[in-house]
Structure formats: C-alpha cells, structure tokens
Design a protein around this ligand. Structure first.
Ligand code: SAH
Length: 214
C-alpha cells in the first residue's frame, strides 16, 4: 500500500536517521496511519518532514518531534499516560500503541470531537478523551507514569508535576510564544530532575496554568 511505504520511508529517513532507536516507538510510527489524522486535501503530505495545519489554528507536530517526545517518555506496555493537547489525535494514537492507557485532554471542542470519532473508528479502545483545560491535569486518574504536553507553556505547571507517579517521566515545551525548549522531568524518591532536550516550536498552551486566552 502507498501509505505503508510512505510510513516506512518516514521512519527510515526522518526518525532512525536522527537517532531515534526505541523499537516500540519505531513500530508505532510504522503502524499508525498518520494520513487519517489530517484533512483529505493534505493526506499526501502527511508523511512529510514538517508539521501540518489541522484547523482552529492548530497543528499536528512534525513526525520527528512526535517520535522524540515519545521515546523520551520511555514507555512500557503497563504505563498510564496523560497527554495535554489532543489536537489531531495522532500523538495519542502513537502513545496508545505502546502504553496500557492514554488519557488525553483538548480545550477546543471541534478538535476534541473529531479525534474522539477517529479513535472509535480506528478502534483505539485504550484512549480516554476529555474536553477541558488540561493545564490542571486529570486528578481522578492520577498519578500517571508519563505526562506529555504538546503545546508550549510559559512555565512548568506544578499541578501537572504533582500528578506524576514516583519513577514517572514528563516532557513539556517551555518558553515564550515564538520558541521553546523541550524539557524532560523525572520524579524519583529524591525529587524532580530536569534535563533540556533542545529547541522546538509549538502552538500555545492556553489555560489556568498556561498562557492567557487572547
Ligand atoms: N498532540 C497533537 C498536537 C496538537 S497542537 C497532535 O498530535 O496533533 C496542540 C493542541 O493543544 C491544540 O489542539 C490545542 O487546542 C491544545 N491545547 C492548548 N492548550 C490546551 C489546554 N490548556 N488544555 C488542553 N488542550 C490544549
């Protein structure tokens, strides 16, 4: 199939070539049909080395960024993951391929319903969706083994860090509205440890513990 071939090439040329090696991440990137997470007009561009618009002034991240953030979470099949910023649903589907369950939150209603419908059609039964401000996390289902924020935050929301299990990993872009630094956090017995993974560019995380609405 045409799209399967495009996916294999994407993984070889964009993902493995840039150093991603976790076999679970590579398998997930080879199997999730990314073209179904963009509009019909953009399907043939879905496997390109760039982000794409998904409506509502939001974007689906570049494939490499999705792979890098996913690898950073060091997921196992037992893990429960929280994602802030469902968007197209593509990142959630990649996580769902690897982890036990994915809880994903979106603040724009049309994106939330579109992703929910797609998860049902593609039978991602281990993705739980919610329409709300994700900057406060999802306390009822905490603590999480991993938390991924796919929108740029002005600072790391403490409430999210507090919903991380011991041994839990979190990845979040932090910076101003034009560019951010991808930050990785790990929580262990001693406390919180942070490392910086490099520059990136995301749409804004808007909410109580993110940017203000306008
Ligand atoms: N992970 C997505 C990326 C979408 S872009 C994908 O794979 O396509 C980031 C998304 O974060 C947008 O859809 C935006 O509406 C959403 N977002 C921004 N602030 C948010 C918040 N406080 N809570 C939940 N979602 C938020």
């Amino acid at each position: 199939m045409k799209y399967q071939r495009m996916r294999n090439e994407m993984v070889t040329n964009q993902i493995i070539a840039r150093g991603i090696s976790d076999p679970r991440v590579l398998d997930a990137m080879r199997s999730v049909p990314r073209h179904l997470f963009v509009s019909e007009a953009m399907m043939d561009q879905a496997y390109g080395d760039y982000p794409l618009p998904i409506g509502e002034q939001q974007t689906i991240s570049q494939p490499f960024i999705v792979a890098e953030m996913t690898q950073t979470l060091e997921l196992t099949p037992e893990d429960r993951v929280l994602e802030i910023g469902t968007g197209s649903g593509y990142q959630a589907a990649i996580l769902a391929q690897i982890a036990f369950r994915v809880y994903t939150v979106e603040r724009i209603y049309t994106l939330y319903t579109r992703a929910r419908k797609l998860f049902d059609e593609l039978r991602y039964h281990n993705i739980v969706t919610r329409y709300s401000d994700g900057t406060t996390g999802w306390r009822e289902h905490s603590p999480f083994d991993a938390i991924i924020v796919t929108a740029g935050a002005p600072k790391i929301p403490t409430v999210l860090v507090n919903q991380l299990a011991e041994g839990g990993r979190m990845v979040i872009p932090v910076g101003d509205r034009h560019s951010q630094d991808l930050v990785r956090l790990v929580r262990d017995k001693q406390g919180i440890h942070q490392t910086h993974l490099g520059g990136c560019r995301f749409v804004k995380l808007i909410g109580e513990h993110g940017w203000r609405e306008t």
